[in-house]
Design a protein. Structure first.
Length: 97
């Protein structure tokens, strides 16, 4: 039994897994909105004042912690801040890391 515990000790908790899943959901939604806006990743990043790597990380599930970053993303994709705020609310567990 103790061998089993040691083997699984490094697995994230269910709360961490849920947060990561919500981060990926947020990233997937951002990717969909960006594509609907007809923007390449490079263009979205430039318009929002981000590095391409940062935008890629967000689409991959890393959640921005700064509200100004979210505003810049909404502006770059020409969507209302309300729309991106709704995504944040739906995926809010991603911010509870």
């Amino acid at each position: 039994m103790s061998t089993t515990r040691k083997m699984f000790a490094s697995f994230p908790s269910s709360d961490e897994l849920f947060s990561q899943s919500m981060g990926r959901l947020f990233g997937h939604c951002i990717q969909d909105v960006r594509k609907q806006a007809g923007l390449a990743i490079e263009d979205a990043a430039r318009l929002s004042g981000m590095e391409v790597s940062e935008w890629l990380a967000i689409e991959g599930g890393s959640v921005p912690q700064d509200i100004n970053r979210l505003r810049a993303m909404a502006d770059a994709m020409e969507i209302s801040f309300d729309k991106i705020s709704t995504l944040v609310l739906v995926c809010r567990a991603a911010w509870e890391i």
